[in-house]
Design a protein around this ligand. Structure first.
Ligand code: NDP
Length: 249
C-alpha cells in the first residue's frame, strides 16, 4: 500500500544525509512539498537536490543550523514564504558522540543537547503559528533513550528528553487538533557505514544484527515508512506515541 501525501506541506530538519535524506526523498516521492535543511554545504546536498528534482515535487533546501535560533527563524520563514502554512514538521537533525561520562566536556554535552533537544523545541515553537487542526509533529528519537548505552549519556539524555517534550506537547496541542509523536529508530545502516573502516563496520553489524528479532539492521527508508504514516491521515488518532522502528531489538 502506498501513502499519498500530494500537496502536504512538510518541513524536515537535517535532510542531506542518512535517515533525514531517506525521509525527505520518501515524502517527495509521495507527492509532498518539502522544505529541508542541512548544516554544512557538501556533495551530499547537491546529490539530494538532483534526486529531489527527479521526483517532480516542489522542494526547497536551506542551509540552517538548527542549534542557532536565527537559523531556525530563517528556516521556518522559508516554509512560510513558500507554503503559507505547514501540515507536518519532522525534527530529524541529530548528533552523537562516544565519550566516557567522566571525561564528557560541558561543551560536548551542550552541543548534543542543543542539537537533539533544544532544536526541536525551537523548531516546533517557531512553526506553531503555521500549524493547525490536522497538522502532525514528528520527532526522530532513539530506541536507546529508554535502554541506555555506555559512553552516550549526553545522547540518551537528549533523546529521553524528547519523550517528555512529546508527551506534554500532545496534551497541550491536542485540543488544537495537532498531533505530536516520536519515531524511535534502532540501528540504521546509513552512508556512515560506507566511510567507516570495514572491520569496524563488520564488528558493529554482527553485534547489533544479533540483537534484533529480524536479524538485520534497518534502512533509512524503513524509518521513512513510519514518518509517512504519521504524516498521513491514516494516523489521525495517533498522538503522544513513540513508534519503535528497530527490527525488534
Ligand atoms: P547523520 O549524521 O547521518 O545525518 C544527520 C543529518 O542531520 C545530516 O543531514 C546533517 O547535516 C544534519 N544535521 C546535523 N546537525 C545539524 C544541525 N545542527 N543543523 C542542521 N542540520 C544538522 O545522522 P542519522 O541519519 O544517523 O540520524 C538522523 C536522526 O536519527 C538523528 O536524530 C539520530 O539521533 C537519529 N537516530 C539515528 C540512528 C542510526 O542508527 N543512524 C539510531 C537512532 C536514532 P550535515 O550533513 O550538514 O551535517
Amino acid at each position: 500500500m502506498s501513502i499519498d501525501l500530494t500537496g502536504k506541506r512538510i518541513l524536515v530538519t537535517g535532510g542531506s544525509r542518512g535517515i533525514g535524506r531517506g525521509i525527505v526523498l520518501a515524502l517527495a516521492r509521495a507527492g509532498a512539498r518539502t522544505v529541508a535543511c542541512y548544516r554544512t554545504e557538501s556533495p551530499a546536498v547537491a546529490g539530494l537536490r538532483e534526486e529531489l528534482a527527479a521526483t517532480g515535487a516542489e522542494h526547497h533546501l536551506v542551509q540552517a543550523d538548527v542549534s542557532v535560533p536565527e537559523d531556525v527563524e530563517r528556516l521556518v520563514s522559508t516554509a512560510k514564504e513558500h507554503f503559507g502554512a505547514l501540515d507536518v514538521v519532522v525534527n530529524n537533525a541529530g548528533v552523537i558522540s562516544h565519550v566516557p561520562f567522566a571525561e564528557l566536556p560541558l561543551e560536548e554535552w551542550r552541543r548534543v543537547l542543543d542539537t537533539n533537544l533544544t532544536a526541536p523545541f525551537m523548531v516546533i515553537q517557531k512553526a506553531l503559528p503555521l500549524l493547525s487542526a490536522g497538522s502532525s509533529v514528528i520527532t526522530v528519537g532513539s530506541r536507546a533513550a529508554v535502554i541506555g548505552i555506555p559512553l552516550r549519556a549526553h545522547y540518551t539524555a537528549s533523546k529521553a528528553g524528547l519523550i517528555g517534550l512529546t508527551r506534554s506537547l500532545m496534551k497541550e496541542l491536542g485540543p488544537k487538533g495537532i498531533r505530536v509523536n516520536l519515531v524511535a529508530p534502532g540501528v540504521i545502516e546509513t552512508e556512515e557505514f560506507e566511510t567507516a573502516p570495514p572491520e569496524e563496520v563488520a564488528r558493529v553489524k554482527s553485534r547489533y544484527q544479533g540483537l534484533t528479532g529480524l536479524g538485520r539492521l534497518g534502512t533509512p527508508d524503513e524509518i521513512a515508512g513510519a514518518v509517512l504514516f504519521l504524516s498521513s491521515d491514516l494516523s489521525r488518532y495517533v498522538t503522544g506515541e513513540t513508534i519503535h522502528v528497530d527490527g525488534g531489538i
